[in-house]
Write a protein that binds this ligand. Structure first.
Ligand code: KG4
Ligand code: ZN
Length: 328
């Protein structure tokens, strides 16, 4: 990234294929793949951006939250690079990265900005002030939104990652949500919960398939009626979006932000994007980064790192798998 916001290249080495046959991320495989790919990815980023290491002034690296192995690989590599080249290096929170993808997409986004992060590991409502300081207003009490999409997809016999699969099937309109009734999610305050919804999908599926409770684990995914998969995908997605929008609405009322931003892998969901555009068509400015900035990427880490460095922060390079944004 150049000049604090211009993306020169944004290389992503996806590990989706590596983990698909296991139905989820395998930590050891992830760590080993990071080790193998990090140097070629850095080379590719410089090449695509038309720059060399001599042009680099600052290195930013994710130090958490996430899997310890991949984090150690990244921080170790960044430290070695910075030491060899005598460069400053800043440690960034992955969540701060997701927040900054909103500013990368819309540099004019005015504070306070209410950010909804919806990813595979996190569901957080964050208020960011003019200084860029985040305050967490609410978060999931159990599963993250993306995690729920992935788990429900798995029940339906769809492949990992499940979010895009459910999105595609729900968007195709092959099954009606009304044919698969699910209760609305109810949680106090600005927190979220997705595990109840996931369980409700399981129970209804078992009922529809005439299976005993707990019988779905052993069900044959290939024998799943397409009409049922379509209805379940549409119904689950609708209820998940209802829940996200209800909390976002509540937070808007409580904080009257200038801008509302939604980011993270689940923000690629077409149903969610359409409902958000409809709801925030006027008054509050709505920022939803393009899909490539919503999902995990390097540019968002560079943007967050640059801002930290400007403020004289980000000195810690300690790997923290459970790193949190300030609770507020
Ligand atoms: O932000 P992200 O790329 O990585 C994490 O930091 O977790 O988010 C990945 C998550 C996965 O759970 C994936 O299923 C979900 O985002 N996801 C989607 C869609 N695309 C990715 N969920 C719903 N609809 C989508 N189109
Ligand atoms: Zn992420």
């Amino acid at each position: 990234m150049e000049d604090g916001g211009r993306i020169l290249s944004n290389v992503v080495s996806s590990q989706v294929e590596l983990h698909t046959s296991f139905g989820g991320v395998v930590p050891e495989l992830a760590a080993r793949a990071h080790l193998e790919r990090i140097a070629p990815v850095v080379d590719a980023a410089l090449r695509d951006g038309g720059r060399s290491l001599d042009d680099v002034d600052l290195v930013a690296v994710t130090r958490g939250p996430g899997l310890v192995g991949p984090l150690l690989v990244g921080v170790g590599f960044a430290q070695a690079l910075a030491m060899e080249r005598v460069l400053p290096v800043v440690g960034v929170s992955h969540l701060d990265g997701h927040i900054n993808s909103a500013f990368l997409h819309d540099a004019a986004a005015e504070a306070p900005v209410l950010v909804l992060i919806v990813s595979g590991g996190h569901t957080e409502l964050v208020l960011v002030d003019a200084e860029g300081a985040p305050r967490v207003l609410g978060r999931t009490l159990d599963d993250a939104a993306g995690e729920a999409f992935d788990k429900v997809a798995r029940m339906l016999g769809l492949r990992y990652p499940g979010g895009p699969e459910i999105d595609r099937i729900a968007g195709r309109g092959g099954g009606r949500a009304a044919d698969f009734p699910l209760p609305r999610v109810t949680v106090d305050g600005l927190d979220f919960s997705f595990s109840g919804l996931k369980t409700a999908v399981r129970y209804r599926l078992e009922k529809e398939l005439g299976l005993p409770q707990g019988g779905l684990e052993r069900a044959d995914a290939a024998a799943m009626p397409p009409q049922l998969v379509g209805a379940a995908a549409a119904a689950f997605q609708e209820r998940a979006i209802d829940h996200l929008l209800e909390k976002l609405e509540l937070a808007v009322g409580a904080t009257t932000p200038q801008t509302v931003a939604v980011t993270g892998g689940v923000a690629q969901n077409r149903g969610l994007r359409a409902r958000l555009a409809e709801r925030f068509a006027s008054a509050t400015r709505l920022v939803i980064p393009p899909p490539e900035l919503c999902t995990d990427n390097a540019a968002m880490i560079a943007a967050a790192g640059f801002r930290l460095w400007q403020r004289g922060e980000g000195a810690s390079l300690e790997v923290e798998p459970g790193l949190r944004l300030s609770p507020g």
